[in-house]
Design a protein around this ligand. Sequence first.
Ligand SMILES: [Zn+2]
Length: 183
Amino acid sequence: MAPLWKCPKCGHRFATRNLWHSCVRLPLAVHFSGKPKRTRGLFDAWRAFVRRAGPFHVYAQKTRIVFMTRARFAGAMIRRDWIDAALWLKRRAEHPLLTRVEYIPPGNWAYRFRLTDRSQLDRALLDLVRESYAVGKQEHGMAARAQDGRRRFRAREEAFGRARGTEERGRRPRGEVAESYVI
Ligand SMILES: [Zn+2]
């Protein structure tokens, strides 16, 4: 696999050279300013939980924090009393926490869930996090797509009922880039 391109300005790494991003550096602490300490504790628990899958970069963007290896695979939006944790998968998955799902063609499912207590981070979720981590390392995508087959893929898309036009993909915000470190 090609090495990641590192933006000389913000240090954010990308699988594609010169990928558009707004190139902002923000300290992680900005997301926790004025919020209860417990909220930072929740984020740290989520980050440590994901770390069980392997090392990754943490980037603080303007509205969210993203976890990335070759690609973004998980992250969080920091609310006052909870965090909206996120993970990306290449398939429709089930877990009681995963109530908010967005389908992003082709073959990407973005899951968000409200994390209010670290006890929610259970074994079944860890399995999904490990899967999402493999997606981030881009070890998963091609195999999964080949396995799916076009017909089965379309059926899923319809069943899920949230399919969006592929033209919308190009307009998805890439997000702002900021502080980066590997944990
Ligand atoms: Zn940059």
